[in-house]
Design a protein around this ligand. Structure first.
Ligand SMILES: C[S@@+](CC[C@H](N)C(=O)[O-])C[C@H]1O[C@@H](n2cnc3c(N)ncnc32)[C@H](O)[C@@H]1O
Length: 430
């Protein structure tokens, strides 16, 4: 078999990375505080993260969806702001999203190769990898995957086609991505009945008019057909309700088809290039457990907000210990005990604890959450509020669950620039 080689190619053995726990999130308070989370959102370089997971998860992950940078040599800004009008892109506020810049092709392959090796190790014997790329690097990736998984383990080369504007005038518009699908063994999960589609109207009419159509074989028209290996789903730019502002976000319907086909309820699904967290959101909705990881703060915040406001299973937030990206909540603000008047007010009304943010603060926030029983170490989030895309302000008042004891309340928020702040508030006396 042909094998891809380049000057700097080397097998990398897993490093000794360790993950530190930052918080436990109970979306909308479900399961607070007793449920044990089975889901993880992890901040950090995925090489270190996967290395840290190998001792516990080698051979245990049912499905990995991977959507890495495509080797485009571009920067992808994120859209941030407050209720921006999607029809007026010139008014959008832009911030750092993630880079896809490489000094040469070797640098890109040096990134991709060891990560694919670790994904292969993490996959269960019945597991499947979906690697999402486009024309820039998919030919290289196919050779790498042939080497790592074995040529015979290529299950499909899926083509995702879409529409959209393009400045190209000297070639055909490039409007498809390629998803390479490899299984760990010949005994893999594939739920064909979970992804069947209705037959096209013309096909149904043809069979109704002639029993001899289709070379004499009459398909089960009611059951639907097995989808082809080319899929049409509109891009997220056209899906106003799904849009988070995170660049290159993938449509939920695309991920849903992948998860329905190649995983079962309670299976563990992972995404180590998580972006806006689409895989985790879809996995939770389909009753799968998930591990989701990205190196960028903005990704973590977007994913956290999406999961906290759209799902109900608890999850932990972790980071690679000692890495540049580790959490820093030890700043002066986090040590301070705020009393009213301040930007945040904690009061009792009808014997309920109510927390409110002032108007100025609430126009600057993307997301906020509350630990009503702060032990000074592990943040347990029982209440969360995310800003809706089309709204200029965020909901700024919440009722807290009744927790016995005297411990303070802790509030965390993420502002539109991606900065995280934490405040501690004394609990008002009864
Ligand atoms: C194409 S985007 C993923 C988009 C995602 N599928 C979605 O639906 O939003 C690629 C992501 O990979 C992340 N990334 C790039 N290199 C990484 C690394 N070494 N470790 C972890 N994440 C990385 C980037 O921060 C970016 O969020």
């Amino acid at each position: 078999m042909a094998e891809l080689t380049w000057e700097t190619k080397k097998a990398i053995s897993p490093s000794k990375a360790v993950l530190e726990l930052d918080s436990v999130i109970y979306p909308q308070g479900y399961g607070y505080p007793q449920d044990k989370p089975h889901n993880r959102v992890i901040l950090g370089d995925n090489l270190a993260v996967m290395s840290a997971l190998i001792p516990e998860y080698e051979g245990r992950i049912g499905l990995i969806y991977s959507d890495p940078p495509f080797y485009t040599n571009r920067r992808y800004p994120a859209r941030i702001g407050r209720g921006e009008d999607s029809r007026r892109p010139s008014e959008w506020e832009l911030a750092e999203g993630y880079p896809d810049h490489w000094s040469n092709p070797n640098a890109y392959l040096d990134m991709l190769y060891p990560r694919l090796v670790l994904m292969h190790r993490l996959l269960a014997p019945t597991g499947t990898l979906y690697l999402h790329l486009d024309w820039h690097a998919n030919a290289y990736a196919r050779l790498l995957l042939d080497e790592i998984f074995g040529v015979e383990r290529l299950l499909n080369e899926i083509v995702w086609v879409y529409h959209g504007p393009s400045p190209i005038r000297s070639a055909f518009n490039r409007k498809h991505d390629t998803i390479l699908v490899y299984t760990k063994s010949e005994r893999y999960t594939f739920n064909v009945d979970a992804v069947r589609q209705p037959y096209d109207e013309n096909t149904v009419k043809t069979f109704a008019s002639s029993a001899r159509a289709g070379f004499g074989k009459v398909p089960n028209l009611e059951r639907g057909k097995v989808p082809e290996d080319w899929w049409y789903f509109p891009v997220v730019a056209r899906l106003h309700r799904e849009r988070t502002g995170y660049p290159t976000q993938k449509p939920e319907a695309l991920i849903e088809r992948i998860l329905c086909a190649s995983s079962n309820a309670d299976d563990l699904v992972a995404d180590f290039f998580a972006g806006s967290g689409t895989t985790a959101v879809v996995a939770a909705g389909l009753g799968r457990r998930y591990i989701t990881n990205d190196a960028s703060w903005r990704s973590l915040h977007t994913t956290q907000s999406r999961l906290a406001t759209r799902t109900i299973e608890p999850f932990v937030i972790q980071a690679v210990a000692g890495a540049e990206h580790s959490f820093d909540t030890s700043g002066a603000a986090s040590q301070q005990t705020y009393r009213t008047p301040g930007p945040v007010k904690l009061a009792r009304a009808d014997n309920q604890l109510v927390l409110s943010l002032d108007d100025e603060l609430s126009t600057r926030l993307e997301y906020w959450e509350v630990d009503p029983d702060w032990d000074g170490q592990l943040f347990r989030s029982a209440v969360q509020v995310g800003r809706q895309r089309n709204k200029k302000t965020i909901q700024n008042i919440v009722q807290l669950p009744d927790v016995p004891g005297e411990r303070p309340v802790c509030v965390r928020w993420i502002d539109v620039n991606g900065e995280r702040t934490q405040l501690q508030l004394a609990r008002p006396k009864n």
